[in-house]
Design a protein around this ligand. Structure first.
Ligand SMILES: [Zn+2]
Length: 105
C-alpha cells in the first residue's frame, strides 16, 4: 500500500505503531510519522456482504428450489463487496482517539 500523505510504499510488516479498535484500524507511517485510518464501517460492510454472498451461493447450490431468491441476493452482495473493497482506502487523521501507543512484536 501507499501512504496517502507522503506517497511512499508502506509495508505492514514494518509498521511499528498501530492501533486496532474492532474493525477500525490506525497505523502510523514510518516515513512521515502521519497517522492513517481506514473506515471501520466500510470494512464491516465488506465482511457482511462477503458472508451474505457466500451464504446465498451455498443456499442456491444445496437447495435449488431457493435459487430464485438466493442468487440475486448473493450477486448483489458480491457487487456491494467489490464496491466496499474499492472504497476501503487509508486516510490521514490527526491521531487515534485514545493516543496510546502499541508496539508490534
Ligand atoms: Zn507517509
Amino acid at each position: 500500500m501507499f501512504c496517502p500523505h507522503c506517497a511512499k510504499t508502506l509495508r505492514f510488516s514494518q509498521v511499528s505503531e498501530y492501533q486496532v479498535e474492532g474493525m477500525q484500524r490506525y497505523i502510523r507511517c514510518y516515513h512521515c510519522d502521519t497517522w492513517l485510518a481506514n473506515s471501520g464501517r466500510i470494512v464491516m460492510t465488506k465482511v457482511v456482504s462477503f458472508y451474505l454472498a457466500a451464504a446465498g451461493f451455498a443456499v442456491s447450490y444445496f437447495w435449488p428450489e431457493w435459487q430464485l431468491p438466493a442468487l440475486p441476493v448473493s450477486i448483489f452482495s458480491l457487487v456491494v463487496m467489490l464496491m466496499s473493497h474499492l472504497m476501503d482506502q487509508w486516510s490521514v487523521v490527526e491521531h487515534p482517539p485514545a493516543p496510546r501507543k502499541a508496539k508490534a512484536g
